[in-house]
Ligand binder design. Structure first.
Ligand code: FAD
Length: 446
């Protein structure tokens, strides 16, 4: 039976999926968002990353489809194409581009604002949910340091308080939770950062009627320390649009406008420059540089208040180059669902144990993102970072010559397989032998 009231801080991806879960367990769920939310799929100031390419990993798509049955079809109706990762991706890797290979891994490409728009519409339609926008959470309401009983808010009508049995912090990278906990007299959680100083510059292009399209649906040219400082990610999304993000690591200067965007693209090895040179731009160039990996060890605090949990980017953010953030947020919401379903205690949820189990979810993604990033950050990487990166480099260099390895690596990237998938001795020996002569990768085309 549903009882009590929950408050979610932030209507980003993590907040919306958490609200969907809470709607099944609480009488009332209030999602509080400081932005005024648009009625259309448009970027907004509280989510500046909405201007940049957002790829949803295969696992994230599966989890979201379970929470929102028909989501894929709804996005498709809004124009978001679906394609097989192995057939539709052109991956310009340091040692070549793998030929297309069917992988049975459906991928859907859309803008972040479209996904958020569809999720928001779905969540707002749930009976227990109220979306309150234009309202910023300024602090926690408490009954002593051991218990959170709601939030303090500030909106057009001034300050107010909203009572809640459970408060969920999903306020993203700019979360004030460490400061709010300190205000409760709780110790400061340890924060770890790994910064590859990666910057993004993005814009969209339109395919005019009759304009031929590239043979790929997605183009990926990844960064790799120490030699590959520049890369890109481009995807065909809704509204006949090509969304292009150019990125640079280690503080590489990024383009600002029309001329230097194309000039930057021309310095890449793949076909992005030829592709965009003939397309009319549909947006200005937008830049973003807060891509540091950061995790806050809430799970290690000796005490944690009842009535509070935190998830999404507010706990752990990843360098977005690996496309993990939305998928991890969906997995965290799934954990919340599992824990709410199996509650055996008087309180709605064992909050501290939620944070501990959440830390296990983020651990693998953290390792995937920070191991290569440490190679940009450290002039003298430790031996285990060097060894892990040497293995991954060899694997990625072998991928263009080995369709089976390409498929396994793609499943790992999309989180539909765990690291044990690489423990297969046949795959391991292929990696250790490295690229085999005579099996030529393809030449990428625009
Ligand atoms: C450049 C870039 C590219 C990315 N690309 C990808 C990608 O390809 N694939 C992927 O999966 N992920 C990607 N991510 C990560 C992804 O955007 C996030 O991990 C994911 O959306 C989860 O974020 P969130 O909901 O926790 O936070 P956010 O999406 O940042 O949402 C937080 C929300 O809280 C609101 N808020 C903040 N403070 C308050 C307050 N005090 N009161 C009320 N509301 C508040 C904000 O306005 C915002 O709406 C990218 C990130 C960046 C920066």
């Amino acid at each position: 039976m549903s009882t009590g009231r929950a408050v979610v801080i932030g209507a980003g991806t993590a907040g919306l999926v958490a609200a969907r879960v809470l709607a099944g367990h609480f009488e009332a769920v209030t999602v509080i968002e400081r932005d005024t939310l648009p009625n259309t799929p448009t970027p907004r100031s509280g989510v500046p990353q909405g201007h940049h390419v957002h790829g949803l990993l295969a696992l994230g798509a599966e989890v979201l489809e379970c929470f929102f049955p028909g989501l894929r079809a709804e996005l498709a109706e809004a124009g978001a194409p679906v394609w097989d990762w192995g057939e539709g991706l052109c991956a310009v890797l340091p040692k070549g581009t793998p030929p297309p290979v069917p992988m049975g891994m459906p991928i859907q490409a859309f803008s972040r604002p479209l996904l958020e728009h569809v999720l928001r519409r779905r969540v707002a339609a749930l009976e227990p949910v109220t979306l309150r926008d234009g309202l910023a959470v300024t602090g926690l309401r408490t009954a002593g340091p051991g218990s959170v009983t709601g939030v303090r808010v500030m909106g057009a009508e001034g300050e107010d308080e909203i009572a809640a049995d459970l408060v969920v912090d999903a306020s993203g990278r700019s979360s004030h939770l460490p400061r709010w906990l300190a205000g409760l007299g709780l110790p400061s959680p340890r924060t770890t950062t790994v910064d590859a100083r990666i910057g993004y510059a993005s814009r969209t292009y339109l395919y005019p009627e009759g304009q031929s399209r590239p043979p790929w649906m997605g183009l990926l040219e990844p960064l790799r320390a120490p030699d590959f400082h520049k890369g890109c990610y481009a995807i065909q999304i809704e509204n006949n649009t090509l969304h292009v993000t150019l990125h640079g690591a280690g503080g590489t200067p990024l383009p600002h406008g029309d001329d230097d965007f194309l000039a930057y693209a021309q310095t890449l090895r793949g076909p992005i420059a030829e592709t965009i040179a003939v397309l009319p731009p549909a947006s200005p160039v937008r830049r973003y540089a807060r891509t540091v990996n950061r995790k806050t060890a809430y799970h290690r605090l000796p005490r944690w208040p009842e009535g509070l949990i935190a998830l999404g980017d507010s706990v752990c953010t990843f360098n977005p180059a690996y496309g993990q953030g939305m998928t991890v947020a969906a997995l965290e919401a799934r954990l919340l669902e599992q824990m709410l379903r199996s509650k055996r205690t008087r309180t709605p949820l064992d909050e501290q144990s939620f944070q501990k189990r959440l830390a296990r979810i983020t651990a693998f993604s953290w390792l995937m993102a920070t191991t290569p990033d440490r190679a940009w950050e450290q002039s003298q990487p430790t031996w285990h970072v060097k060894a892990a990166n040497a293995f991954m480099d060899r694997l990625i260099d072998t991928v263009p010559h080995d369709p089976r390895l390409y498929t396994t690596f793609s499943r790992l990237f999309h989180m539909t397989a765990g690291p044990l998938a690489l423990a297969d001795p046949r795959l391991l020996s292929r990696v250790l032998i490295g690229p085999r002569p005579g099996r030529n990768p393809r030449t990428p085309t625009a």
